[in-house]
Design a protein around this ligand. Sequence first.
Ligand code: GTP
Length: 406
Amino acid sequence: MLLSKSREPREFHSRRLDALAEPPEVGHELFVGLSVLRDTLSSRHHSRDFAFAHARYLRSRVLALALIFALLSPLWIVVDALVLPSELLYLTLAGRVGLLLGLVAVLVLAYCSRERIWRIRFCAGMLLALPAGFYLFVLVMLPAEQLRNLVGYGFIPFLLVAALSVFPFTLIESLAAGLAMLGLLAFSQLNDGSWMSGRGLESVWLLSSLLLVSLAANHFQLSLLLRLYRQATHDPLTGLYNRGALEVHLEKVQAWQRDIEGQDSLGSVPCSLLLADLDHFKRINDSYGHSAGDSVLCQFAELLEHQTRRHDCVARYGGEEFVIILVGSGQARALEVAERIRHAVEETEFHGHAGEPIPVTTSIGVTRLAQDEPAQEALKRADEALYRAKREGRNQVVAALDPSDA
Ligand SMILES: Nc1nc2c(ncn2[C@@H]2O[C@H](COP(=O)(O)OP(=O)(O)OP(=O)(O)O)[C@@H](O)[C@H]2O)c(=O)[nH]1
């Protein structure tokens, strides 16, 4: 599915509210630490939107490093020529040509894979696998007595493990790559006879230490990326998407609608937009205090998330206004959902920090999101419908005029 709802855990909202009232506890810090570790361990819990942002970041690293490797690799031919007998030089030369061709292919593929998450991951994997494969090729092809003469090959596993720290890999990805490099080092030691010798153990120790440093760098890099992404796209109070992220989502939904229409003779997928606003919110602030108002906003946000499906998008548009994109729902269905939300708000007991009940109602403007109109037009229509709902007494749902009738 194109979109996914904000992946901030449900606990996030209550934690936000608690944070307003109480100082952080050790247990809470541990919870946050563990959830960060879970997020850097594997990409299973990443939202699809973050996966795109992550892939874009990974791609820029792949392009830079592939270029550096591609430039360095041919330069080393001079060193090979100095240390290897001419009858063996052609072997390393053949390997280097293969390596260079592979690196160029990675460069081209990564360059052409702007929004392809799996292709970019494949390129990152290949960027590490190609030099490792080249080293393996040389180890297998060269006679054992010549291996000792090689200069600048033994450091390949070390270089690759150090390079892991440049990428925002997850810990599992980095660990898998690091263990493969340890395997490569062990194979090279078995070939040159240094396996289990003092020098060999020293190298294993060094590579393992480097791997641990790279894993720490991956963890910090990825957790920083996640934090920056959340700060840039989520509202700090409610944990919902913010206005900027909403605008990006609207564009994506429309692009997706156009794609589907292009592929499917059945026509386009209907999508709708709800603009919900809390009634007389100023009075709530004035009567119960600003922090009780914040608490109501968080409870309202949570209710909206409960009332919508996973692939719908709920965002805080500003102040006490929220936008919901209903993917795959036409205007009639959107009106039903809006009415269900309005009713749920009326029935729900909102409360302030001291547990005092706060009566809350909401007004909602509903419109269809046409795939070929500027999203701002749809927002404007929803706002006009919302304005009518307010004017006609609040606590109600009003449908905007269909764009095709306007
Ligand atoms: N507690 C709290 N209040 C906010 C926040 N953002 C905006 N507000 C308040 O929301 C109130 C919005 O007031 P109005 O725009 O007059 O709307 P209203 O009182 O809800 O009236 P109607 O929309 O006409 O029903 C203002 O008092 C803002 O200060 C916030 O993050 N927290």
